[in-house]
Design a protein around this ligand. Structure first.
Ligand code: DLL
Length: 433
């Protein structure tokens, strides 16, 4: 079994517990002293860094949410001066504003090591050829996987997302043994290889790191058979760093959390109280070693459980069970986070449109397809076909530019979108993951 940082990865649980406590005190002190929103929250909760003397004291601290990030957009949650921030990434916020994360050089180094530890645990070495088909940019997938593989000394192919025909050529001709992309795209690639008449025996793939969206054991089987590799689950979120917050080892028994850097808790989303290991609830993360934008008890909204039984690989970290849903209405479409409220805010800008809309998501030929039915206001004539087509085109373009994913927009007559009794149902997700 290979380790990237054996001392940390096999550290005894007692030693880890002490390290987590020391780091928590340090990060809470940093946030309290350098970030006004944290000071205000902690003052309101009657807690100061002096109250934190062990990792178990974490429960005294208030939670941080996406709303806090939004309230302090863009850089108000940073704890370091701007001159020390060397990179920003961002993901979707609930409405127009992005959720922004800033990293110092020290934070990027930690994140990169986290990715490297995960990749090495599943067999990547300096001899590997790593094809990165996550998008490069504000999304953390591309650069995160890229930096981690580079740190190991592997050969990186920074393919980024899109242009499937070129992806097939690169994977085959450059003899990639490792691939990083979303699990749904991996299934799509497998299908495209099949269509192109390229059998798995002509590929060199041995392992792949798939994440950024939920996936099932059934998908694991499809990907492993379709691409002829072992499929590993990699988890992360841009607010905490990016991919590699947790990653599966060769035993494929749930992603190991890099818990000297990122401390996980599971809470009951209603009572906000911690639940025992093994019980599902909402995953909460605290960054123990970040300096640019530490996050304290950040509510990820992902529904998950902590697996605390030791893993056969010898790593002492806790692991995550499969993510089975969210406690908010965020959708992940082709790996992109989308909130219905973002779509709504595009729609309501057009006065001819009523607030009734319905989003449907299907998986067609292994790709997510989003369609939106939108009602016109009662006084808008539906028979001006050309006008309607123009409006549909404009809305389609506006939505694509606002959320980064295309949707088929269909305008319908007033009164045709089904009304629900009680809580409005805006989304039908037909994907069988
Ligand atoms: O998706 C980071 C990432 C990139 C992870 C590449 C893995 C691979 P965000 O765009 O901020 O960051 O989205 C974070 O995606 O809260 C989960 O809901 C979901 N997610 C990420 N990884 C997994 C996974 C990246 N392995 C949000 N399984 C998270 C299920 C995942 N859901």
């Amino acid at each position: 079994m290979q380790y990237y940082n054996e001392r940390i990865e096999r550290m005894s649980r007692d030693e880890k517990h002490a390290l987590q406590g020391e780091r928590l005190k340090r990060v809470v002190t940093l946030a309290y002293n350098n970030c006004k929103p944290y000071r205000a929250k902690m003052d309101a909760a009657g807690v100061t860094p002096d109250d934190i003397n062990s990792i178990d004291d974490i429960v005294k601290l208030p939670f941080t949410t996406k709303q806090d990030m939004r309230n302090n957009y863009p850089f108000g949650m940073f704890s370091a001066p701007m001159e020390d921030i060397v990179r920003v990434h961002a993901s979707s916020g609930t409405t127009g504003k992005l959720t922004v994360a800033g990293s110092t050089k020290h934070d990027l180094d930690d994140w990169t090591e986290a990715v490297a530890r995960g990749m090495v645990s599943a067999g990547v070495t300096k001899k590997s050829i790593v094809h990165v088909a996550y998008g490069y940019g504000l999304f953390t997938g591309g650069l995160g996987a890229h930096d981690g593989a580079t740190l190991i000394g592997a050969t990186v192919v920074p393919a980024s997302a899109g242009n499937t025909a070129r992806q097939l050529t690169l994977i085959k001709d450059f003899c990639a043994d490792t691939i990083c992309c979303t699990p749904s795209y991996a299934v799509y690639l497998a299908d495209e290889f099949k269509k192109a008449g390229i059998p798995v025996s002509e590929l060199s793939l041995k392992q792949g790191f798939f994440g950024a969206e939920p996936w099932s054991e059934e998908m694991r089987v499809k990907i492993e058979e379709g691409l002829g590799l072992k499929a590993y689950d990699i988890y992360g979120l841009s607010e905490i760093s990016g991919p590699g917050v947790a990653c599966e080892c060769a035993y494929q028994a749930g992603p190991h959390v890099q818990d000297d850097l990122f401390y996980p808790e599971i809470i009951d989303p209603d009572t906000l109280k911690p639940v025992p290991d093994g019980v599902r609830g909402e995953l909460v993360f605290t960054t123990l070693n970040k300096t640019g934008m530490p996050l304290i008890r950040y509510r990820t909204r992902d529904i998950c459980a902590i697996i605390s039984e030791p893993c056969k690989c010898g790593r002492t970290s806790v692991r995550l069970a499969k993510i089975t849903g969210r406690t908010d209405d965020m959708l992940i479409i082709r790996g992109v986070n989308v909130f219905p409220s973002q779509i709504e805010s595009v729609l309501i800008k057009d006065k001819r449109i009523s607030p009734h809309y319905h989003i449907t998501i299907d998986r067609i030929n292994n790709l997510d397809v989003m369609s939106i039915e939108v009602e016109l206001q009662r006084n808008v004539a539906f028979d001006e076909i050309q006008e309607i087509e123009l409006m549909q085109k404009k809305l389609t373009a506006d939505i694509a530019s606002a959320i980064g994913v295309s949707a088929k927009v269909k305008l319908v007559q007033s009164g045709t979108v089904p009304r629900s009794e009680g809580k409005a149902v805006f989304v039908t997700d037909n994907r069988k993951i």
